[in-house]
Design a protein around this ligand. Structure first.
Ligand SMILES: [Zn+2]
Length: 268
């Protein structure tokens, strides 16, 4: 009996070691030790005209990939890269940004503020849209926790919780609460409707928002990743660098870009 138990323990240990090894990073290549004679030769003063050393010009490490995916936190609710979804409530859930400001010079239906960086970017985006011939207004921006509680409860009362969960974030899980998220409209017939993405204004936004630092947060065909139906009016400020990188790499959701688990539903 004892032998069998020990045997099983040994086998388990082997399996564990094996699986750990499989996940371990590649070991650094070990520099072979030079013979003592060669070391001594290197210690001698160099000749007046040393051989050119091409290694000196090459970077010591492999060329950097160019984009630092850790430049900002994805957990800190004050970070422009914070990722909130059905599995990632804001922490704390009643988080309130410290630098909310009103938008200036843009139509803002509910008068909701934004974090300063997102407010300025929104003003530039709306001006850019106007230059392109589209009169774009802000419908919804920062929504405090208490307001999200009210909205979510009213949706449950109207449609039931299962339906409400497909289009409204539970309190503490909405990126509107970060002060970095804006719902846009163009005074047309597709007010907060899926057809907004097919309007010229919606298409202009999808094409140009990245230049102002915004991404379409709930793109088409990504409901299984983001947990939300497509919302072509709902844009999230992440900064022009990340927005450009996502476009360049063709990755359309924050979850996929940062290697986070898909969040199709709430944990409980
Ligand atoms: Zn929204």
């Amino acid at each position: 009996m004892t032998f069998i138990r020990h045997g099983a323990a040994a086998l388990l240990a082997l399996v564990l070691v094996g699986s750990l090894t499989a996940c371990a990073p590649e070991p650094e290549p070990v520099q072979p030790k030079k013979p003592a004679a060669e070391q001594a030769a290197e210690a001698k003063p160099k000749l007046a005209k040393p051989e050119p050393q091409p290694e000196a010009e090459a970077p010591a490490a492999p060329a950097p990939t160019g984009f630092d995916r850790k430049a900002h936190s994805i957990d800190d609710p004050m970070s422009i890269w914070v990722v909130g979804n059905k599995l990632r409530p804001l922490n704390p859930v009643e988080f309130e940004p410290s630098d909310l400001v009103p938008t200036e010079g843009v139509a803002n239906d509910n008068g909701q503020p934004l974090r300063e960086v997102a407010a300025r970017a929104t003003e530039q985006l709306v001006a850019g849209a106007l230059d392109a011939g589209f009169d774009v207004r802000v419908i919804s921006a920062y929504r405090p926790y208490a307001l999200q509680v009210q909205l979510y409860e009213s949706y449950i009362a109207r449609d039931g919780q299962a339906a409400a969960d497909t289009y409204s974030a539970r309190p503490g899980h909405s990126e509107h609460q970060t002060g970095l998220t804006v719902d846009f409209d163009d005074y047309g017939a597709c007010y907060l409707a899926s057809c907004f993405g097919e309007t010229p204004a919606g298409q202009w936004l999808a094409e140009n928002a990245a230049a102002y630092g915004f991404i379409e947060r709930y793109p088409a065909d990504k409901e299984s990743v983001t947990g939300f139906m497509p919302e072509p009016w709902h844009f999230r400020y992440v900064g022009p660098e990340l927005a450009a990188e996502m476009r360049a790499t063709g990755v359309t959701t924050l979850e996929e870009f940062f290697g986070l688990p898909a969040a199709p539903g709430y944990a409980g």
